[in-house]
Design a protein around this ligand. Structure first.
Ligand SMILES: Cc1cc2nc3c(=O)[nH]c(=O)nc-3n(C[C@H](O)[C@H](O)[C@H](O)COP(=O)(O)O)c2cc1C
Length: 393
C-alpha cells in the first residue's frame, strides 16, 4: 500500500507517508522546556507508527510566545531536555521535526509586559489587542532568532525543522495583504511581503546546513477578505522549492477564523467559559459564521493540493480532515500529495497509523468536535476531550 511505503523528505528516510501534524501541547514548564507529559505524548505517537512527527509550535523568542505552557526553542537549555525524547521516538522507528514559530499579533497580550510585534498596527479581534509595527532592526533580529532556534533543534537531535508560516502567526502575518500594510522592503507587493519568510528560510538553511531537512507549513488561503490567496501563495510555494525547501505542508485560516484551519464543530461552550455575556455573544456568532463558510469535509485542502502539486518539485504534505485510510491513499494515488498529515485524529488515537497498517480500523474515531482546540485555547493540556462534553477530564 502506497501509504506504508518508505519515502524520503530531503535526505530523511521515513518509514511511511503518515505525518503527525503539529499540535500545541501546553505541557511545557514555565521556561518552555519539555516535561514528562511531553515525553509521554511523543513516545505514544512514535509507538503508534507515525512516520514523521511534527511537534507543536515552539517559540523562537519570548516575544513570540503565545501560551504560558508552550514549548520554547529560544534557549540552549532545550537541547539537553529534548534529547531523550528524540531518542525515544527514534527507538520506535519514527522521525521527529521541531516546529518553530513567532506568534506575532496572535500572542496573548500582557505577557511579561512585552509588546506584541506585527508587520503592521492592526487589532487582533480575538484578544482585542493592538500590536506594534516592527522596526527593521526587530525584523532582522527575529530572522536571526529563527536561525538560532533551528540550530538548537539540530543539536538536540531532531531530524528536521518545520517553519510555521501559516495560521496568522508572525510569518503568515507578513505574507497576508490583510495584516501586512507596510510600504517598505518588507511589504507593499507579493515579493516584498514574502521577503520575511524567504529570509527566515535562508537563515535557517545557512544555520543547519544543506543536509538537514527544512520544511514549512504555509497558508494556501487565509479565507478572509483581503487575505492571502493562491494567486500569491502558489508562486511563493514554487519559489521556496527553488530556494531549497525540502517539503511543504499546506493549510489555511487565521486566528480570527480558526475553523478554516481545523474544520468541524464550533467548541463554543468551551471558548466562552469564563467570559462576559457580550464577549460570549461575539464569539458565538464568529464561530457560527466561520463554521458555515468553512464546513468540514474529508481532505478539505485536497483541491488546492491537486492544483499546486503538478508544478511543485518537492514533497507536498496534505493536512486537514484526513480521516480514512481509503481517502488518504486516494490523495496519494491521485498525485495530489506525497504525504498525508493528521492532527486531531492522532491526539485521540496515537496508534491510528498502526491500526491502518494492520487493517484493524478504516476510519479515525475523531469526530472533529474541536473540543481539543477549545481546551488548549483555555490553557488546558492537549488531550482528546471528545467524550467528556465540555468538562475537563
Ligand atoms: C489542538 C490543536 C492544536 C494545534 N496546534 C498547531 C500548532 O502548534 N501548529 C500548527 O501548525 N498547527 C496547529 N494546529 C493545526 C493542525 O496541525 C492541523 O493543521 C489542523 O487541525 C487540521 O488537521 P486535522 O483535521 O487532521 O486536525 C492545531 C490544531 C489543533 C486542533
Amino acid at each position: 500500500m502506497e501509504l506504508f511505503e518508505k519515502v524520503k523528505v530531503g535526505g530523511l528516510s521515513l518509514a511511511n507517508r503518515l505525518v503527525k501534524s503539529a499540535t500545541l501541547e501546553n505541557t511545557a514548564t514555565p521556561d518552555g522546556l519539555p516535561t514528562r507529559q511531553t515525553a509521554r505524548f511523543y513516545e505514544r505517537l512514535a509507538r503508534g507508527e507515525s512516520g514523521l512527527i511534527i511537534t507543536g509550535y515552539a517559540y523562537v523568542h519570548s516575544s513570540g510566545r503565545s501560551y504560558p505552557l508552550q514549548h520554547g526553542a529560544d534557549s540552549d537549555a532545550m537541547i539537553e531536555c529534548w534529547g531523550p525524547i528524540v531518542d525515544a521516538v527514534h527507538e520506535h522507528g519514527s522521525r521527529i521535526a521541531l516546529q518553530i514559530v513567532h506568534g506575532g499579533r496572535q500572542c496573548r497580550p500582557g505577557r511579561d509586559g512585552q509588546a506584541l510585534l506585527a508587520p503592521s498596527r492592526l487589532p487582533n479581534l480575538v484578544y482585542f489587542s493592538l500590536p506594534r509595527k516592527m522596526t527593521s532592526g526587530e525584523i532582522t533580529k527575529t530572522i536571526q532568532d529563527f536561525g538560532a532556534a533551528a540550530g538548537r533543534a539540530r543539536e538536540a537531535g531532531f531530524d528536521a525543522v518545520q517553519i510555521h508560516a501559516a495560521h496568522g502567526y508572525l510569518i503568515s502575518g507578513f505574507l497576508s495583504p490583510l495584516t501586512n500594510r507596510r510600504k517598505d522592503e518588507w511589504g507593499g507587493d507579493p515579493e516584498r511581503r514574502s521577503r520575511f519568510l524567504t529570509e527566515v528560510f535562508r537563515t535557517v538553511r545557512s544555520t543547519v546546513g544543506d543536509g538537514f531537512p527544512v520544511l514549512a507549513k504555509m497558508n494556501i488561503h487565509d479565507f478572509v477578505p483581503f487575505g492571502l490567496t493562491p494567486v500569491c501563495s502558489f508562486p511563493l510555494a514554487r519559489r521556496l522549492a527553488r530556494l531549497g525547501l525540502d517539503a511543504l505542508e499546506i493549510s489555511g485560516g487565521l486566528m480570527e477564523n480558526p475553523l478554516a484551519m481545523s474544520r468541524g464543530d464550533a467548541p463554543t461552550a468551551i471558548i466562552n467559559r469564563g467570559r462576559r455575556l457580550h464577549i460570549r455573544a461575539y464569539f458565538s456568532s464568529c464561530l457560527a459564521f466561520t463554521r458555515f463558510f468553512q464546513p468540514f469535509r474529508e481532505n478539505y485542502f485536497q483541491d488546492y493540493a491537486a492544483r499546486l502539486k503538478p508544478d511543485l518539485p518537492i514533497p507536498l504534505i496534505l493536512v486537514g480532515g484526513v480521516r480514512s485510510v481509503h481517502r488518504a491513499e486516494q490523495a496519494l494515488l491521485s498525485g495530489a500529495a506525497d504525504l498525508v498529515s493528521l492532527a486531531r485524529p492522532l491526539v485521540r488515537e496515537p496508534d491510528l497509523p498502526k491500526k491502518w497498517r494492520e487493517g484493524t480500523a478504516e476510519r479515525a474515531s475523531c469526530t472533529s468536535c474541536n473540543r481539543c482546540l477549545g481546551e488548549i485555547e483555555q490553557g488546558s493540556r492537549l488531550a482528546c476531550y471528545q467524550e467528556t462534553g465540555n468538562r475537563r477530564p
